[in-house]
Structures are given as structure tokens and as C-alpha cells.
Design a protein around this ligand. Structure first.
Ligand SMILES: Cc1ncc(COP(=O)(O)O)c(C=O)c1O
Length: 397
């Protein structure tokens, strides 16, 4: 059979190439499903000015391919930032720029995962990572969490269970700050316990810190990476959250032997130098002012969502109050089916993703992730009230 393009590719596809089901984005009237940032605080003018300055200075270098690890001055900025903000002492050469942190995560997953490997994540996890680990055959298992983060006893139990099956755990992927999708930040105590367990059992940690700068309340908690003196923590960060996802810039920090393997999965000759020049020049002069401005806006958005949850859901649901990031995790009573209602709710004007989508085991249909970063505070407030009306109409509230 020929395809619409005239040639039948069916027998040519690699066994590793499933059909991507990423469609175009649809937007509900109140869209809490996808985690976009605040469009109003994107630093467009600042980026244009920065780009002009950087191109005047070193634009002719665009005639060359970038060095594979990416623009050295931006890697230096990352090294300085990690030292200042995350207590991490890393060298410029330990850092590789990537096309968003998503690419770094994918490169590390490919470097570490063989089909059948047991890989641990939090019990609900960022969809991009879940898909990538599965794409490369990983057997993903979710570790139980509460509002302090990973529950150490659950981590020990799940490692023991894998060992009981004659398997070792290949790595633990964690999003300790403003977790996607659950919103909590892992406490220092929990980080210590998790690191101790992983050290004892020889399990590397992939720390995804992409939201850490979006703190608008409370105290910073130091990174896993800073507490590790054993080279056991791999780290990724992103400029998507403090500049814009459309820049497609992030970074990984890893020991040389891991970088070398991971780099073999990087296609396309380094990251976009044009974007890297603009981001480096912009952030060198404006980083913390911009982050503060952005976080003030996010706080107002979160507050509006929480106020509306309190008024419209009251005791009928639970939610974690995030101290930063983009997510509120709504938990309805056990047995509530928000998975079946998801499409209907979207049609009726409110988009959300139900918990089962984020769970390696498909659990959590009684939960929903609500992203508050993109809509205005008023829209967050009104949208949650509308969500409550939809839930009432369909008998789940
Ligand atoms: C936890 C987490 N990690 C990584 C990413 C990838 O982001 P980017 O590739 O834009 O840096 C996302 C995107 O939403 C995310 O939520």
C-alpha cells in the first residue's frame, strides 16, 4: 500500500520509532493543562537589546559551528550561577549546553538505559521524561511521595523489590524543587535520606532542577548535587523557565565519562549559538531582576488559584500549596474519575491533565494537575470556579 506521500515507508521504520502522538496544541477557554509561562513577563525588549550587543561583539563567529558543549561564556554563567544559587562547585568543562533541559534528560537516559532496566521516578512524574525512559525500554517504577517529597521507606522497599527480582535499579530521576506535577519541594531531611539510600545501594541520581529559580516564597533547599561527594548525582537545568521555552536552551552537569557517552546522543552540532548569545548577554546583566519580576507575577497567579480552590472546593479536595514553580496538584477523594471527565471538561471550557497520565503505574485518576503560570490571576480564579461547576454538573463534586 502506498502512503499519501506516494512511497510506503512501513518496512523501513526502526523498531525504536513509535508514532509520535504530539498533535497541535488545543486551548480550552481556561487552560490549566499545559505549563506555559507568563507571556507578559517574557523579556522581549531586553533580549533584542542583548542580542544586538552580542552580535556586534561576536556575531561573525556564527560563521563557525559552535563548540560541541556550547557557548563557553554561557557555560561560565551557568557555573557561576550554580555556585551562587545551588552550592555547586562545577567547572565550565563539566557543563554541556543542550536544546532545553529535555534534550539533556534524553541524552542521559539514552546513555544509561537498556531495555528492561528498572528506573525509578517520583510516583507522578514529568511526562517528557516518562515517555523518554519508556522509549528506550526502561521499566519505570514510581516511588511514593508525600508533601515533603520522596518517602525514604518507599524508596528502600522498591529497590529491595527490584533486587528480589534479580534486577538492580539503574537510576533515580527526581524533580526535587516545585515538582512536576505535584508542586511540592523536597525537604532537606528527605534529600539527605534519599541520597544516603542511593549511596548505600549504588544508585545514581538524575536531579532535574529546572524549576528551582521560580521560588516566590520560603527558603531555598540545597541541591542533591551539592550534598554529593561521590560523583553520583547528574544534574540538569533550563533557561526555559527563567527566559522562555521557545529559546530551547538548557544544560547538564555530569562527570566526564557520563558526558562523553551522553554527547554521543546529541544530534545537530551543538546548541543554537544565536539564542545562546542573546541569553548570555541578557542574563549577565538582568538575571535576578527578571527572575524577581517573574516570580512576583507567579505568586499572584498562584494565590488567585488557591483562593478559588478554597472557595469552590473547600473540604471536598486536597491540594499542596506550592512555594514556587507552575503547578497545583488537586487531589479528589479516592475513586473520583477525573480521567474520564478530562475531555468533557476541556469541551466545557476547562483544560487539565489527570493524575494517571503522570503515573508510571497509571494510578491517580482522582488527581489533576493545574498549571497557573500562563493565565492571569483573574482567569485562574474564574477558571477554578468554572472547573468546580463542571465537576458538580458531572457529579464528582
Ligand atoms: C520537570 C521538567 N523537566 C524538564 C522539562 C523540559 O523543559 P525544557 O526542555 O524546555 O528545558 C520540563 C518541561 O516542562 C519539565 O517540567
Amino acid at each position: 500500500m502506498t502512503s499519501p506521500s506516494g512511497f510506503n515507508y512501513d518496512s523501513f521504520f526502526s523498531a525504536h520509532a513509535p508514532v509520535s502522538n504530539r498533535g497541535g496544541n488545543r486551548n480550552a477557554r481556561y487552560d490549566f493543562a499545559v505549563a506555559y509561562p507568563d507571556p507578559e513577563t517574557l523579556p522581549l525588549d531586553g533580549l533584542v537589546d542583548a542580542l544586538k550587543t552580542a552580535l556586534d561583539r561576536e556575531g561573525r563567529d556564527l560563521a563557525y559551528y559552535p563548540v560541541p558543549a556550547g557557548l563557553p561564556s554561557l557555560r561560565q554563567l551557568v557555573a557561576d550561577k550554580l555556585q551562587r544559587d545551588r552550592n555547586m562547585t562545577v567547572n565550565v568543562d563539566d557543563i554541556v549546553l543542550t536544546s532545553g533541559s529535555g534534550e539533556g534528560i534524553s541524552m542521559i537516559i539514552q546513555a544509561l538505559t537498556d531495555p528492561g532496566d528498572v528506573v525509578l521516578t517520583e510516583e507522578f512524574v514529568y511526562l517528557g521524561t516518562l515517555r523518554q525512559i519508556r522509549l528506550f525500554g526502561g521499566d519505570v517504577r514510581g516511588v511514593r511521595c508525600d508533601d515533603q517529597g520522596i518517602i525514604p521507606e518507599s524508596l528502600e522497599e522498591i529497590i529491595r523489590a527490584a533486587e528480589g527480582e534479580g534486577k538492580r535499579v539503574k537510576y533515580l530521576y527526581t524533580i526535587p524543587a516545585f515538582q512536576n506535577p505535584m508542586g511540592w519541594t523536597m525537604s532537606l531531611e528527605r534529600r539527605r535520606r534519599v541520597l544516603d539510600i542511593c549511596r548505600e545501594r549504588g544508585v545514581p541520581i538524575l536531579e532535574d532542577d529546572c524549576y528551582v529559580d521560580l521560588r516566590f516564597e520560603g527558603e531555598d533547599v540545597t541541591s542533591f548535587h551539592s550534598m554529593d561527594d561521590n560523583g553520583q548525582v547528574l544534574y540538569v537545568g533550563s533557561f526555559s523557565k527563567i527566559v522562555a521555552p521557545g529559546m530551547r536552551l538548557g544544560y547538564m552537569v555530569a562527570p566526564q565519562e557520563v558526558r562523553q557517552r551522553a554527547m554521543s546522543f546529541k544530534g545537530g552540532g551543538g546548541v543554537n549559538q544565536f539564542a545562546a548569545l542573546a541569553v548570555e548577554e541578557y542574563l549577565r546583566n538582568n538575571m535576578y531582576d527578571h527572575i524577581n519580576e517573574q516570580n512576583d507575577a507567579l505568586r499572584a497567579k498562584r494565590d488567585a488559584m488557591l483562593a478559588s480552590l478554597g472557595e469552590n472546593f473547600g473540604d471536598a479536595a486536597k491540594w499542596v500549596k506550592p512555594e514556587g514553580g507552575l503547578y497545583v496538584w488537586l487531589e479528589m477523594p479516592e475513586g473520583t474519575d477525573l480521567a474520564s471527565l478530562q475531555e468533557q471538561s476541556f469541551e466545557e471550557g476547562v483544560g487539565y491533565y489527570n493524575g494517571a497520565m503522570f503515573s508510571p503505574e497509571g494510578r491517580g485518576a482522582n488527581c489533576a494537575r493545574l498549571c497557573y503560570g500562563h493565565p492571569s490571576p483573574q482567569t485562574n480564579y474564574d477558571g477554578v470556579a468554572e472547573l468546580a461547576r463542571i465537576f458538580e454538573r458531572h457529579g464528582v463534586l
